[in-house]
Design a protein around this ligand. Structure first.
Ligand code: ZN
Length: 710
């Protein structure tokens, strides 16, 4: 705790008297969210960490040699920290306030320090290795073996078995890489902020939709143009995605699109904010780190923690996708030229990067007249939930029942549900916080865990603790006379997060460290979530799901056709874009010699030339703002987006092959998906889990088919 002086401590310095009634610390089944205040965070976190630290020291000193003396207490001590820190983090995300944010930030460094200590503990590492070589090991199930393997691997990757000067150097590299990542990100943010386009003439914003004009007027006010309005201007356009993207999609003034585009692709690439030196240094250090641990390249090291077996397997997939997507992307480009020609646009014969997004939007409008506003009345939240739960019942033989009032909530709109298996046995529960609340809830959507299934953490007298999930979305709230009417994207998002929650809730693994989504390689973690999204494009499911909130009429067939067709719209171009990013990432962290003559920008240019159908400008420096791989934890991991898409499409492909109209086949496969992907969690390698379900290794054909590329 940073301000211990202000907090009254007990005589032994460990217990805070005010913690006796601290609702963040003292809860068992469910926290009483309504009682938790920002002032509770630091004392509760402090007490949890003090206890966990003492337990960890005791474990290190005792040198235990059995699972029950080492791994079970270790799981419990981590779980108790999470018991407090997880709830604080959750409230910070859904009920944010300045005092809560400040309390959270003050407590955070201590939690980080504790996790560091846990990851770097030589004593624990020796314990894991001892367990792997010990007498008990032969009797361990797959879950325990996998947990130990991961623990040994992660400790080694944290440099635990390096000694003396090597260890010092390793930790120094880690610290410098973290600092470089922070600087990289800050430079991108500062460079993004440094550019803006102030427009005063209505002609300059011609084509921009009302929402984008409104945003541009707000940006103008923020920039000091008091009295700016959406209709009269002035308008400020920035390089932030919510401003940049609609302008590139809709603004008719080609010269302004070009100006904005050129600014965008050269962010953080010159002067004091230049990220190129940071990129070079990061690549050198990443290679050094990998070499110190005995790996040839950073990518090889990184892939030891992934489902993908090696670089060759990743590159094979990327090349396959590239070759399938290129002809489609060329057709996409020809479509845009044709449309521009029909519209009599001068640029038709010379389409540039700043034209592609604009004409793609025109084509979308022409082909798919369906707007969100037309679809929303068919997707009221209560109906969508009925459809989603009905699908889960049909596929996985579970029952989802509203249980509002049976657990405390943090906002009146939050719902609580219980999940039972086919025999009516309770297996898990979840909260659903569906609506956007910009003043206190962070954006986006996510699934998180209040706690997971675990035998080691079961209450006294119980065999196992059952999991509880949070599902948080940011969809359109209801109004006084309408329910929440969802856009199709919001429906997809809800299905996606529910898929994550299913994997958390339907796990049958009792070893908490490998239950649910724990211990799953992260290039496999999106399998369950994206799998659920697929059902939103299944005609019968969609028909059952979408009913007009007033008339009860199902979504008209032509609208369903349009939704299904829109799914593969320009997928060739989108796939190439993702493949380009993934290949540049892999090349830089694998084949590229960071100490050699080639510049990272040469790599960017070469791969783009081999991949994209509309090559970037020679001055393109997008690498300098590619935060995913230099500041976001996706280094040598950008391919995961496509890897997971292959898995989920291929899993859904099993249902297509069996025949989606064949109810018996669908149910049978659904049960198998439940018993493998959803049940086994991190207790088996994801490739084995996938093979258990599919009977073979994943293949990209289903993804290519769904994307309209075959
Ligand atoms: Zn996800």
């Amino acid at each position: 705790m940073t301000d211990t002086a202000k907090k009254p401590h007990g005589p032994d310095g460990t217990a805070c008297p005010d913690n006796d009634n601290n609702p963040l610390l003292n809860w068992t089944e469910f926290p009483d969210f309504g009682l938790i205040e920002p002032r509770h965070v630091e004392p509760a976190v402090g007490a949890a960490l003090t206890r966990a630290d003492a337990e960890l020291s005791a474990l290190e000193a005792a040198k235990p040699t059995g699972w029950d003396d080492l791994m079970a207490p270790l799981e419990r001590l981590g779980d108790r920290v999470e018991h407090v820190w997880g709830v604080a983090g959750h409230l910070n995300a859904v009920r944010n306030s300045v005092p809560l944010r400040e309390a959270y930030q003050r407590a955070q460094p201590n939690v980080v320090q504790f996790l560091h200590r846990l990851g770097q503990s030589r004593g624990l590492f020796d314990g894991y290795v001892g367990l792997r070589g010990g007498n008990e090991y032969a009797g361990y199930d797959g879950a325990r073996r996998r947990v130990l393997d991961s623990a040994v691997r992660d400790a080694r990757l944290a440099g635990v078995d390096l000694d003396g000067a090597a260890r010092e150097r390793f930790l120094a590299i880690g610290k410098e890489l973290a600092d470089l990542g922070t600087r990289f990100q800050n430079n991108v943010l500062d460079a993004t902020k440094a550019f803006s386009l102030t427009l005063k003439d209505p002609d300059e914003i011609a084509g921009l939709p009302a929402t984008a004009r409104q945003l541009a007027a707000q940006a103008a006010v923020a920039a000091g143009n008091e009295g700016a309005t959406a209709d009269a201007g002035p308008w400020v356009i920035t390089l932030d995605a919510p401003s940049f993207t609609p302008f590139m999609q809709h603004a008719r003034r080609r010269d302004l699109r070009e100006k904005l585009y050129r600014a965008f692709i050269t962010r953080a690439s010159a002067g004091p904010l230049d990220n190129l030196p940071i990129i070079r240094r990061s690549l050198v250090l990443s290679r050094e780190k990998a070499n110190m641990l005995g790996y040839g390249t950073y990518a090889e090291m990184s892939l030891t923690r992934r489902m993908a077996p090696d670089v060759a397997a990743v590159e094979k997939l990327l090349l396959r996708l590239r070759d399938a997507a290129r002809p489609a992307a060329l057709r996409d480009l020809a479509d845009l030229r044709e449309l521009a020609r029909q519209a009599g646009a001068a640029e038709a014969e010379n389409l540039q990067n700043w034209d592609a997004t604009f004409w793609a939007e025109r084509l979308r409008e022409k082909k798919f007249r369906l707007t969100d506003e037309q679809l929303r009345p068919y997707f009221p939240l209560p109906g969508v939930l009925d459809g989603l739960f009905g699908l889960a019942e049909r596929l996985f033989d579970i029952r989802v029942r509203a249980a509002d009032g049976q657990a405390p909530i943090w906002h009146p709109d939050v719902r609580f549900f219980r999940v039972a298996d086919g025999a009516g046995r309770h297996v898990a529960s979840f909260y659903l916080d569906p609506y956007s609340r910009p003043a206190e809830k962070r954006g986006g959507a996510w699934m998180d865990s209040l706690y997971g299934r675990s035998a080691a953490c079961a209450a006294p007298g119980r065999r196992v603790r059952l999991g509880v999930a949070y599902i948080c979305c940011n969809q359109t709230p209801p109004s006084s006379d309408t329910p929440s009417l969802m856009s199709f994207d919001e429906v997809l998002t809800l299905f996606h997060e529910f898929g994550h929650a299913l994997q958390h809730m339907l796990t049958r693994v009792d070893c908490g460290l490998a239950a649910g989504i724990n211990n799953i390689e992260w290039d496999a973690v999106e399998l369950a979530s994206q799998f659920m999204e697929n059902w939103c494009h299944d005609r019968p499911t969609l028909r059952g799901l979408a009913r007009h909130w007033q008339t009860g009429k199902p979504l008209p067939d032509e609208m369903i056709d349009s939704l299904i067709a829109a799914r593969s719209f320009r997928e060739g171009s989108a796939t190439l874009r993702q493949v380009n990013f993934s290949m540049i990432d892999m090349e830089l962290y694998h084949r590229h010699d960071p100490a050699g003559q080639d510049s990272p920008l040469d790599v960017q240019r070469r791969i783009a030339a081999e991949t994209l159908v509309m090559p970037p400008l020679p001055e393109d420096r997008f690498l300098c703002s590619f935060s995913h791989i230099f500041a976001g934890g996706y280094s040598a991991g950008y391919y995961s987006y496509k890897w997971a898409a292959v898995l989920s499409a291929d899993a859904f492909g099993a249902f297509e092959e069996a025949g989606l109209h064949d109810e018996q086949a669908v149910r049978k496969l659904g049960r198998r998906f439940r018993d493998t992907v959803l049940a086994l969690g991190g207790s088996r390698h994801p490739m084995e889990v996938f093979k258990d379900f599919r009977g073979r290794e994943p293949q990209p054909e289903a993804l290519l088919r769904h994307s309209g590329l075959v």
